[in-house]
Design a protein around this ligand. Sequence first.
Ligand code: ADP
Ligand code: MG
Length: 265
Amino acid sequence: MEDEYLAQLKNITFGYNEKLICNSININIKKGQITAIMGPSGCGKTTVLHLITGFNKTNEGSVIVFDQKIEQLNRDQLFQLRHNMGMLFQSAVLFLDLNVFDNIAFPLRELNLLPESIIDDIVLMKLEAVGLRGAKDFAIQNLSGGMKRRVALAQAIARDPALLLLDEPFAGQDPVTTGVLTHLIKLINKTLQTTIVLVSHTIQNTFEIANYIYLISEGKIMGEGSPQELINSRDPWVEQFIKGLPDGPIHLRYPAIAFAQELNV
Ligand SMILES: Nc1ncnc2c1ncn2[C@@H]1O[C@H](COP(=O)(O)OP(=O)(O)O)[C@@H](O)[C@H]1O
Ligand SMILES: [Mg+2]
């Protein structure tokens, strides 16, 4: 049943110039679920998110989001489509000259549709959701890294997006903050029924909350399944990735040489 998906990448082949990043990739994003995309650094995770938003246009295959083919949309239609997407990108920056409240209000005011009294209610609700209601008047530069990430998350869900794209939300965060963010992402998914695509390196937290996980490398899907299915997998690549083992089919060094062997030289 196709309509159980909010987004689909069908047979996507995409590269920057000659460099192939996706080689006939299929990814299905189920409604109401958290789908995680994992893989070594530089494997193309951010690229996949940019294919979903239409920042990247596929060379082959089709990207379908909200029943529309991304590659067939013009600029205005893409903007319209993105109104229904929340994004938290790696390079996400908050407006330093606006306080916490105004940062979250920004995407709502941009719509030019809502009276300030409604915006006020929505912003406080989102701040409550990320546990920062008490910090609404704070200047951004006075927040810790974890609080900034939570403000960015509140900003990303300000418009109640049907689809929330999170690019490495745990990057650079301490273990406690990572735990808080993990819990928040699951809470948003459960209470607002937001469909989430989670790009992350953090195996433990990602496996804790994702319903389905894709492992990508070298342009291919190396493994996919529920967290339990992947944990039970006897595939050498999947096992090495999940356990973070230095030896196996994933080569960290070029030219390929077993890590242990290299240490013994
Ligand atoms: N705009 C671009 N032009 C050319 N190469 C790019 C561009 N964006 C990313 N790349 C390259 O594509 C590969 C995949 O990048 P990316 O999707 O950012 O990986 P990941 O998010 O998994 O770390 C990397 O080798 C990166 O250097
Ligand atoms: Mg990335």
